[in-house]
Design a binder for this molecule. Structure first.
Ligand code: CP
Length: 329
């Protein structure tokens, strides 16, 4: 594993290794060992061409907890706003000795261009590209599901090596624009979970029938028929909807009525089911305050788990050996 570009590239062994390593990282954090010396003298660049709160901050925290030097680069206020190309930006990072580049970009595929363009000799970690992929988000989601639910319906059991076999995950909302949905479908399938996407027909991508998941247009039917272990609500990405009055169809009111997670739907979920959201949330649109703040919601925990998962990704890509042995922090 030289780069982390897509969850679709991960084998089951690689995905489990990332989750197991994240569990070890989380254990060091809970033992108050805040800083590990592992990446001392190495440089991680956070290269963000799109806004971010959670991903940028947690990658920075993860790199610092591994003792790496961190350079934060935001396209706003940089020479990108003067028209500098991705190639020239990459050559600049190379000249500064970047060992890893964490990149978020509005264009799907930009991290692949960085990884394979021959401009950089650094590990590239995709922190979200367009509507395509968000691999560390999916890994932290799988990590959170594993912590709460593995062992419930069988699978490989708790702890080291556990996969998500037998678990049912329902992903609801704006699938069309969601890199989180794409990343999760690929990873959850690899880990053995059964995934159902629920969305209005206007927010389902063309070609979804080739994805390894079920598709439904009714949230109420899905709750009753699938009896999910985890429900992941997606943000409605209004900034990616272009056009006139029909840009958001169904209307926000219809969307909330048919696809929103509110107290009534929350009460119909199985008792053990957890509620997830990658953030940022549109409270009152895809999720009500009662659902977001309920004791079933693990949304804040997802954010906390993001640091351990990103420490694991940086460690495995930058500290060398990524075989199943010899990777303990
Ligand atoms: N989930 C997520 O990617 O959030 P940010 O946009 O705040 O990084």
């Amino acid at each position: 594993m030289k780069h982390l570009l897509s969850t679709a590239d991960l084998s089951k062994d690689e995905a489990v290794l990332l989750l197991d390593t994240a569990a070890q990282m989380a254990a060091t954090q809970s033992r108050e060992i805040k800083k590990l010396p592992t990446l001392r003298g190495r440089t991680v660049v956070n290269l963000f061409f799109e806004d971010s709160t959670r991903t940028r901050i947690s990658f920075e925290a993860a790199a610092k907890r591994l003792s790496a030097d961190v350079i934060n680069f935001s396209a706003k206020g940089s020479s990108v706003s003067k028209g500098e190309s991705l190639k020239d930006t990459a050559l600049t990072l190379h000249a500064m000795g970047a060992d890893a580049v964490v990149v978020r970009h509005w264009a799907s595929g930009a991290p692949y261009q960085l990884a394979h363009g021959g401009w950089l000799d650094a590990a590239v970690l995709n922190a979200g590209d367009g509507t395509h992929m968000h691999p560390t988000q999916a890994l932290l989601d799988a990590f959170t599901i594993r912590r709460h639910l593995v062992g419930l319906r069988g699978g490989a059991g708790q702890g080291v090596g556990a996969d998500l076999a037998g678990l049912r995950v329902v992903i609801v909302g704006d699938v069309l624009h969601s890199r989180v949905a794409r990343a999760n479908v690929a990873l959850l399938h690899t880990l053995g979970a059964e995934v159902t996407l629920v969305a209005p027909p206007t927010l389902v991508p063309v070609g979804v029938e080739t994805w390894p998941c079920h598709v439904s247009y009714s949230l109420d039917e899905t709750i009753d028929q699938v009896r999910p272990d985890a429900v992941m609500m997606l943000r409605v990405q209004r900034e990616r909807m272009s056009g006139g009055a029909g840009a958001f169809f169904p209307s926000p009111r219809e969307y909330t009525r048919y696809y929103g997670l509110d107290a009534r739907r929350l009460a119909r979920l199985p008792e053990h089911a957890i509620v997830m959201h990658p953030g940022p949330m549109n409270r009152g649109l895809e999720i009500s305050a009662e659902a977001a703040d309920s004791d079933r919601a693990v949304i804040v925990e997802q954010v906390a788990n993001g640091v351990a998962v990103r420490m694991a990704a940086l460690y495995l890509l930058m500290a060398g050996d990524t075989s199943a042995e010899g990777n303990t922090p």
